[in-house]
Design a protein around this ligand. Structure first.
Ligand code: ZN
Ligand code: ZN
Ligand code: ZN
Length: 396
């Protein structure tokens, strides 16, 4: 079952050293003291360590000067020694004992004036903590650095993580292709009379069979439920003569898949979509195509949203498209850049994001089309390959 032929090689270990170097340079440019990165996507991006987020502190400390350290509980030292950035010599491991307060180790690893901040003012240089660091760690860190201002690590990491390298794009592409095969398998299988739950379970199983390590979501919105963008699969049974919005994804080599196709299930009686639904879908398809075609470096992120939205507005469905057109994707399912009104930041080559307009008529039906798109040097690189036409299937 598993199609591993196109499994990409992943991120070379030496890359982590360059990423840590780039982060440190950005830290110095910002005039800040150190990056304090807890468990999560930032840590994985910088070191390759996919650590468990637990009450025991795991933290990468990147000071302005001196060696970066990976602080881990001693029981996790064997795992930490296998971390790519450690193997590549870019980070040393510092362990703490079960009875120690690990946060107390951090000032020594930050060094400089800030490390001695019990006695010295820091002069405004900040400690940048990863955005998702738990409050329990942030408050304890503030306790050991009482005079140092804190900020968010995304100030320096966001611009770096937003531009994907070739290996990251290869992983995103493999994730997208795997999800595509799942969409086609579901579209080609039996649907009529099955519950949304049952189909969602099949989606998850197939994502794992296709090489995903996690199957994070499987939105199966049938009939009137297709009008709820973030519908939770229910026991409702799929009927002939109605649409099914299928929005599925998970992680593949750490990188997200996220794709939506809308099916129309005819059943044995061949109950196809009526003209009104075909019209709605055609407007949506045009909006998605126009927004995707506009992707290229220099275009403000909000313009992609505006271009898709204009098509839907003109057709009179404006109020029925109530969410932004897309979100960035990478090690996190939703990350920068967000394609939303107000985000004037220009797209850059290497940005990866969804383009996913939808039209939702509450209580009746809806539709959405979602692809993952990489901003290439001269235009869009669409990672998903399943047709964007309405998938009219018998489902029997
Ligand atoms: Zn969503
Ligand atoms: Zn989605
Ligand atoms: Zn999405």
């Amino acid at each position: 079952m598993s199609t591993t032929m196109d499994r990409p090689t992943g991120i070379p270990a030496a890359r982590y050293g360059s990423r840590i170097g780039a982060a440190r340079e950005a830290l110095r440019d910002a005039g800040d003291a150190a990056l304090l990165v807890g468990v999560g996507a930032d840590l994985r991006w910088l070191t390759g360590y996919d650590a468990m987020n637990l009450e025991r502190l795991t933290m990468l400390v990147i000071p302005r000067e001196g060696d970066p350290s990976l602080v881990v509980p001693r029981l996790e030292a064997p795992r930490a020694s296998l971390v790519p950035a450690v193997g590549a010599g870019a980070v040393r491991v510092v362990t703490w004992e079960e009875t120690e307060e690990p946060v107390a180790l951090v000032p020594g690893l930050v060094g400089g004036a800030e490390g001695r901040a019990g006695a010295t003012e820091s002069g405004g240089a900040r400690l940048l903590v990863s955005d998702r660091l738990w409050a329990t760690f942030v408050l304890r860190l503030q306790g050991v650095f009482p005079r140092v201002p804190f900020g968010l690590a995304s100030d320096v990491l966001r611009p770096l993580r937003m531009v994907k390298d070739a290996e990251e794009i290869a992983l995103l592409r493999a994730a997208a292709r795997a999800a595509d095969r799942v969409v086609l398998a579901i579209a080609g299988g039996s649907l009529v009379g099955r519950s949304e739950h049952d189909v969602a379970r099949e989606v998850r199983e197939r994502l794992l069979d296709e090489g995903h390590e996690t199957a994070e979501f499987a939105i199966v919105g049938s009939g009137p439920n297709s009008a709820s963008p973030h519908h939770d699969a229910t026991e409702r049974r799929i009927q002939a003569g109605e649409p099914v919005v299928l929005d599925i994804g998970g992680a593949f080599g750490g990188y997200g898949s996220d794709t939506t196709r809308t099916l129309w299930v005819t059943g044995e009686e061949d109950r196809g979509p009526d003209a009104a639904y075909r019209h709605l879908y055609e407007v949506l398809r045009e909006a998605q195509a126009a927004a995707t075609a506009a992707v290229r470096p220099g275009v403000p992120a909000e313009q992609i949203d505006a271009i898709g939205r204009a098509v839907i507005d003109t057709a009179g469905f404006g109020p029925n498209f109530m969410h932004r057109i897309g979100h960035g994707i990478g090690l996190e399912g939703h990350e920068d850049p967000y394609l939303v009104a107000g985000n004037r930041e220009p797209l850059q080559a290497g940005n990866a994001f969804s383009v996913e307009p939808g039209i939702y008529l509450e209580g009746r039906h809806g539709a959405r089309i979602e692809d993952i798109v990489v901003c290439g040097e001269s235009g869009p690189d669409v990672l998903n390959g399943v047709t964007r036409e309405l998938l009219v299937v018998r489902g029997i």
